[in-house]
Design a binder for this molecule. Structure first.
Ligand SMILES: Nc1ncnc2c1ncn2[C@@H]1O[C@H](COP(=O)(O)OP(=O)(O)OP(=O)(O)O)[C@@H](O)[C@H]1O
Ligand SMILES: [Mg+2]
Length: 469
């Protein structure tokens, strides 16, 4: 298909001659003034515009501005007489791609048009790839390229603007709150409040007043009238976190609000109507709670209109390297440290670990590692022993059973690992480390010497240990 060029010039002679030389390659549409030009531009969007600096009803610069506001990328080439070259240069500052001076060298004009179109093709491709990368690896502070995260991103996009209640489930630290925020900030409610309420953190006696608010004097401590979270979230989103921890009586009251979309303050008499989008989350197994009659079935069906399940990190290990890089970069921004890398074996350790605390645990592990790490590269010894130990013994076993590492050597390595671990846990006090291992101090010393462990091996620098305390 031919590319379309829009030519806006009031001189008929110019329109005819330009049309003639461009027509074989492009589809050329002509307009004689700004008004008609804008009309054409909107009706049949061109790939490029040739725009005269001086037009009978307006000037080219004003039209350029209008076009730029509607399409920031379309290449515009200014046509100018010698005496208006300065204006053409101003136009380039406003985003015109190039300018040609009248009378035209027709060959030059053809080249300029072809070049501008080629450049725009390239830029469009870059924009497309960039958008793809962004949507594939991250979405509203969520990082992850695994298929399950991809699915979460697209579900968020689909349901963000609905008023439907969403239930987010998943183990602790899988990113439920982050998803709730992404839903809010992707919806048309984004300029209204996002209020997060952790149901597990509020004592049962206070939860109703927290949710519904109270009138002055409605109970002993109610010294003044207070708006509840439902009211504060009006027009926005209320995120009810750890909803599995609500008592049955609060569940009943919450159900009523969800059904009626109105409530009364404690001690109040007027019902208050609210427009609130509810998002609930829990790391408990709701089906199990239902079975044990700890969660109301009717409430469950009310909130579980759409559910989002966040899989544990160990089921989407391909996200680990990306998340690790993200947290290291974030840490860098906070602390203005020099850039840190992950060594190959430390990345392997991260990939092998089973992450019971999910992304939150990964974030913590990396944060600690940046404190211990003195150089530019994080290695496994900067990780807590749970992570390192497991990973180490797993890989030793693997190496030995596949015939790559002699049995004797594996046992030695394992012994070394355990001794180093004991030393780290006892702050390098050898008598305590020996106690921990159930051997004598002399035995420990002997093993350390024969395994080649120096007294301070793996010992963190003293100022680093101060930083942690
Ligand atoms: N996909 C992700 N990308 C980037 N950061 C993440 C991601 N998932 C979780 N995090 C980070 O991990 C931490 C825990 O996330 P969040 O608080 O959303 O978890 P949660 O599922 O609500 O956990 P809990 O059930 O314990 O409340 C946060 O610091 C969050 O920024
Ligand atoms: Mg949470």
């Amino acid at each position: 298909m031919k590319k379309r060029v829009l030519l806006v010039d009031d001189e008929e002679g110019i329109r005819t001659s330009l049309k003639m030389i461009l027509e074989p390659t492009y589809e050329v549409i002509c307009a004689a003034d700004a008004h008609e030009g804008l009309d054409q531009f909107r009706r049949e969007p061109p790939n490029l515009i040739l725009l005269d600096v001086i037009l009978p009803d307006s000037d080219g610069l004003t039209l350029l501005q209008t076009i730029r506001a509607e399409d920031p990328h379309i290449p515009v080439i200014m046509l100018t007489a010698m005496k208006t070259v300065k204006t053409a240069v101003d136009a380039m500052k406003m985003g015109a791609a190039d300018y040609v001076t009248k009378p035209f060298d027709l060959e030059e004009l053809r080249l300029i048009v072809a070049k501008a179109l080629a450049a725009e093709d390239l830029e469009r491709e870059v924009r497309r790839l960039r958008a793809q990368v962004v949507s594939r690896y991250a979405f509203h502070n969520l990082i992850g390229k695994s298929p399950s995260m991809q699915e979460i991103y697209s579900k968020i996009e689909q349901i963000a603007d609905a008023r439907t209640t969403v239930l987010i489930t998943g183990e602790s630290g899988t990113g439920k709150e982050l998803v709730a925020r992404a839903l809010h900030y992707n919806s048309s409610r984004r300029d209204r409040p996002f209020i997060a309420l952790n149901c597990a953190a509020i004592p049962e006696t206070l939860i109703e007043s927290e949710l519904f608010g109270h009138e002055k004097g409605s109970f002993t401590d109610a010294l003044a009238r207070r708006a509840g979270q439902f009211e504060l979230a009006h027009g926005g989103t209320l995120f009810l976190d750890e909803i599995g921890d609500l008592s049955l009586s609060t569940q009943a009251k919450l159900l009523r609000v969800l059904q009626e979309r109105e409530f009364t303050r404690i001690g109040g008499s007027h019902p208050i109507r609210v427009d609130v989008r509810f998002i609930a989350a829990t790391n408990k197994n709701v089906v199990e709670l239902l079975r044990r009659k700890l969660f109301r079935e009717d409430l469950y069906y009310r909130i579980n209109v759409i559910s989002l399940y966040l899989p544990p990190l160990r089921d989407r290990r391909e996200d680990i390297p990306l998340l690790a890089k993200h947290f290291l970069a974030k840490r860098l921004e906070d602390e203005k440290q020099s850039p840190l890398d992950l060594s190959k074996d430390s990345l392997e350790a991260l990939l092998k670990y089973h992450w019971p605390g999910n992304v939150r645990e990964l974030e913590n592990v990396l944060e600690q590692a940046t404190v211990w790490c003195r150089g530019n590269t994080i290695s496994p010894e900067h990780f807590p022993s749970t992570l390192r130990g497991g990973a180490q013994s797993d890989s030793l076993r693997e190496e030995t059973l596949s015939g790559r590492l002699p049995f004797e050597k594996a046992v030695q390595e394992f012994e070394k690992e355990i001794i180093l671990d004991a030393l780290r846990r006892t702050e390098y006090v050898q008598t305590r480390a020996a106690d921990l291992l159930g051997i004598s101090r002399r035995m420990l010393k002997y093993r350390m010497d024969s395994l080649g462990i120096s007294r301070t091996e793996g010992h963190p620098p003293s100022d680093a240990s101060e930083m942690v305390q």
